[in-house]
Design a protein around this ligand. Structure first.
Ligand code: PLP
Length: 423
């Protein structure tokens, strides 16, 4: 299945029914699993990869989706989480302890900035922020002896900066640390960061992967390529006291990172998704490649329309030729995805007036939905940030994040036209 096209993987990867099995992956609505003897249960505790213990660690419905996403990303294995936030959190906690640091671009999702700059800081983990466009020298200079990872977003929400994945991977690897990429806005249909050197991928599956605004979820994908013994990762290369002294790199080799995340962190934090959520996510994934093509096509038309409007001060969409990230988008992405950010002339007030006048597009705290939706980051997702942090995250107070859906482009454009007329 590994060399099949993504359209095919979307439908077939992760679940291959045998003779007489259900065509669709069933919802295994069960917290637990039955064994013939105490000895059999003991054996599963010795090696949880043998079978299932409890649905806080693994569940067959969720595992089918994990296998599908791993294959789509070109990774070795994946672990779903109950939210994108949980995926980002575990991706870092799997490497960093109190006293460690990691590097992240500043142009990331607002919720991730909160997690990195405030909550992880309280746990004694420092996030060193760098610019998405930092030079190779600037990136090298940001490293400290205790730096354990580098983090960035393929196509950042909502800044829409494009990460130079090869550059970030090269610098991270020169310091023997992995590159973790949040690829939520790109999805594997538009970019497979592992092909460009990224080591760990995280997603909020609540966005395009689900697409229908049905479930909140996340996933961590392990490329299996990073050599943990080359760096300073005692959590992976030394005995885990909480797991009868297991050494993840020795017992699980290339699967060390993703199995530690499951056996230790998932066990302790308990942020595994419900089987029903995974089932819904799987339905979304089945049409991901098809939908992404349509999002990209619609969004380009909408971005070109905004560009011509005299009510709009600026349009940020990396699919436009004059965009700062056009070249990087051409290199890394098969399309610039469905999110456009615009600044309406007249700042915050005009932006709000435009949004409130939209009829087809809904005002909601979401993005990457099948339906067109809009959001004002400065008064919603990024409300907690100071103006300085807003600017650093690439957000103008008058900016509107326009998430183009799959309605007919003519209807989306007509809605924009009537709303702009009221600004
Ligand atoms: C939404 C989002 C998250 C957080 O995901 P949730 O599923 O809402 O917890 C993380 N990263 C990016 C890029 C996002 O868009």
């Amino acid at each position: 299945m590994n060399n099949k096209h993504i359209d095919t993987q979307c439908l077939h990867a992760g679940y291959t029914p045998k003779n007489g099995d259900p065509r669709v992956v069933p919802i295994y609505q069960s917290t637990t699993y039955v064994y013939d003897s105490t000895e059999a249960v003991g054996a599963v505790f010795d090696d949880p990869t043998l079978s299932l213990i409890y649905s806080r660690f693994a569940n067959p419905t969720v595992m089918a989706v994990e296998a599908k996403i791993a294959e789509m990303e070109g990774g070795i294995a994946a672990m779903c989480t109950s939210s994108g936030q949980a995926a980002s959190m575990l991706s870092i906690l799997n490497l960093c302890s109190c006293g460690d640091s990691f590097i992240s671009t500043a142009q990331i999702y607002g919720g991730t900035i909160n997690l990195f700059a405030f909550t992880l800081k309280k746990l004694g983990i420092e996030c060193i922020f760098v610019d998405n466009d930092a030079s190779e020298d600037e990136l090298h200079a940001a490293f400290k002896p205790n730096t354990k990872a580098v983090f960035g977003e393929t196509l950042a929400n909502p800044a829409l900066t494009v990460l130079d994945i090869e550059k970030f991977a090269r610098v991270a690897h020169a310091h023997n640390v992995p590159l973790i990429v949040d690829s939520t806005f790109a999805t594997p249909a538009l970019c497979r960061p592992i092909d460009f050197g990224a080591d760990i991928i995280v997603h909020s599956t609540s966005k395009y992967m689900d697409g229908h605004a049905l479930q909140v979820g996340g996933v961590i994908v392990d490329s299996g390529k990073f050599d943990w013994k080359s760096g300073d990762f005692p959590g992976l290369t030394e005995p885990d006291e909480s797991y009868h002294g297991i050494i993840y790199t020795e017992t699980y080799g290339k699967l060390a990172y993703i199995l530690k995340a499951r056996m230790q962190l998932m066990r302790d934090f308990g942020v595994y998704p419900a089987a029903h959520s995974a089932f819904l996510l799987n339905l979304g994934l089945e049409t991901l490649a098809l939908r992404m093509r349509q999002y990209c096509g619609n969004a380009l038309m909408v971005a070109e329309y905004f560009e011509k409007s005299d009510k709009i001060e600026s349009v940020n969409y990396p699919g436009l030729k004059n965009n700062k990230y056009y070249e990087l988008a051409q290199k890394y992405l098969k399309g610039a995805s469905g999110v456009i950010s615009i600044t309406v002339k007249g700042g915050r007030e005009s932006a709000v007036r435009f949004m409130d006048a939209l009829e087809l597009a809904s005002n909601e705290v979401h993005v990457a939905d099948i339906r067109t939706c809009v959001l004002h980051p400065a008064s919603a997702t990024h409300r907690q940030l100071t103006d300085e942090q807003l600017i650093a995250a690439g957000i103008n107070p008058g900016m509107v994040r326009f998430s183009v859906g799959l309605e007919h482009a003519d209807d989306i454009l007509a809605d924009i036209e009537q709303a702009l007329a009221k600004v």
